[in-house]
Design a protein around this ligand. Structure first.
Ligand code: TRP
Length: 454
């Protein structure tokens, strides 16, 4: 373990892990999912999912990673010798590469919009103009591929510098900046006339709006947002120090991630309502609606630049963490150098990411199971592999791993008093796997069929 990297400080470890969790999932997906699923009721269920499934599964991944200080494959081999469970690392690597591929396309859009904002290209036009602009951009074969590739190269530059000089340093700078910017945006949003309506939409739940579909959407969102199930957190926790408290780190990450999602809601909805827009715009909310709103505001130019910069910071710290899953594997299991491993990861992501970027234009007719490559990667990884990974980790730590290992890791070999062992194990054994199976069936479309019959 000695030649393996470790985060220098506890703050650095937390910043990197929060950096992984906080991403497009919080600032892009959470607001539009909330908008489409009726607001506060969705948020209430989301919070419940974070508490009863999110935190336990984070802790489960942390236990496996920090106990072994290894990548997912090595960790499973060490903790379950002879059980041949390391096949699961293949799923983690494949799924993480699928996620980077479609995720970096959206990151590419963000960089395009950042450059547009800087050059003043976002400062005039109606919502219709912005929707034409967005449509023209995503279908343009060169620009969207170009930005996806450039984004992945920036990602590579951080990765190849390694854990401390690359990942930890970037997170230490970007995370505080992200929080400050978010707060500035929230204050601005709350000062708009009629902001109260947006706040009401976010915080006064109409529990009759809860349908199974809302509940399931909230669960899927919680998993994606917390970077769960694909050993991303396992990999980062393998760089934690033995003196870190896993329960504390897990709750800090869950709280900060949730806080960012809620702040993103406060940043967006009051403005949306105040400018007479509707919240159900879906994925294009931040690319079509917000630019139209910014340019009507005083200081709109600066707001637009800062907003896309905020998104850029949030997304790159997440793609770094997705890449680290396979980089740790390539370098430890296949004995590649850090640079070779980062290059291999980036190379694969560039090929698949470019194909995903083209899914909106020239390859829009190329479909598998009726989905473009972009949609297929999103669907398979978020709806199928992620929940599957969640079940894997909760069952592995809840049922297979020796109870004494769990207690030992949670208490740092008896040095810390941990009172939550029992409820945690209960959640891992029963609550998490059963709830996730429901999400899983939903991903397969089975819940939809049952709901239709009801
Ligand atoms: N949590 C990140 C977000 O909210 C995305 C992410 C990073 C992720 N690493 C992951 C999702 C691993 C699933 C698995 O944007």
């Amino acid at each position: 373990m000695s030649e393996r990297g470790q985060f220098t400080t506890r703050i650095g470890a937390i910043a990197a892990t929060v950096g992984s969790a906080v991403g497009l999932g919080n600032i892009w997906r959470f607001p539009y999912e909330t908008g489409q699923h009726g607001g506060a009721a969705f948020i209430a269920i989301y919070l419940l999912c974070v508490i009863i499934m999110g935190v336990p599964v984070i802790v489960a991944e942390f236990i496996v990673g920090r106990k072994t200080h290894k990548n997912v494959c090595g960790a499973l081999r060490e903790l379950a010798p002879g059980k041949k469970l390391h096949w699961f690392s293949g799923i983690c690597i494949a799924a993480s590469i699928m996620i980077i591929s479609f995720y970096s396309v959206v990151c590419g859009w963000i960089v395009e919009y950042l450059t547009k904002a800087i050059s003043g290209g976002l400062s005039s036009g109606s919502t219709e103009d912005y929707s034409t602009m967005f449509g023209a951009f995503v279908t343009n074969p060169y620009r969207s591929v170009l930005w996806t590739v450039l984004f992945l190269l920036a990602n590579y530059l951080v990765l190849k510098r390694g854990l401390k000089k690359g990942i930890e340093r970037v997170a230490n700078v970007m995370m505080p900046m992200l929080f400050i910017l978010l707060i500035v945006f929230c204050v601005n949003s709350l000062m708009q006339p009629g902001a109260g309506e947006g706040i009401k939409f976010l915080f006064s739940p109409d529990f009759s709006a809860i349908t199974p579909r809302v509940a399931i959407g909230a669960m899927g969102q919680a998993f994606f947002s917390l970077s769960l199930g694909l050993s991303c957190l396992l990999t980062y926790s393998s760089y934690f120090k033995d003196s870190d408290s896993l329960v504390k780190n897990a709750t800090t990450v869950a709280i900060l991630d949730t806080l960012v999602a809620v702040l993103a809601g406060i940043m967006i909805f009051p403005v949306v309502f105040s400018y007479g827009m509707t919240p159900e715009q879906g994925p294009k909310l931040i690319f079509e609606v917000l630019p139209a709103i910014f340019q009507q505001m005083p200081g709109g130019y600066v707001l637009a630049v800062l907003f896309f910069f905020l998104l850029f910071m949030a997304s790159i710290t997440s793609t770094i963490s997705m890449s680290e899953i396979s980089i740790a594997y390539f370098s430890e299991e296949l004995k590649m150098s850090r640079n070779q491993a980062s290059m291999l990861n980036t190379g694969i992501a560039i090929v698949l990411g470019s194909l995903c970027a083209l899914s909106f234009g020239v390859l829009s007719g190329f479909t598998i199971f009726g989905m473009t490559l972009f949609d297929l990667f999103d669907y398979v990884s978020s709806n199928l592999l992620l929940p599957f990974g969640g079940i894997f980790f909760s069952v592995f730590v809840g049922w297979i791993l020796d109870r004494s290992v769990v207690e030992d890791e949670l208490s740092n070999h008896g040095k810390l008093k941990v009172r939550v062992v029992k409820p945690l194990i209960f959640c891992l054994r029963y609550v998490a796997p059963v709830s996730i199976v429901i999400v899983f069936l939903y991903g397969l479309g089975i819940v939809d069929k049952v709901l239709q019959l009801m």
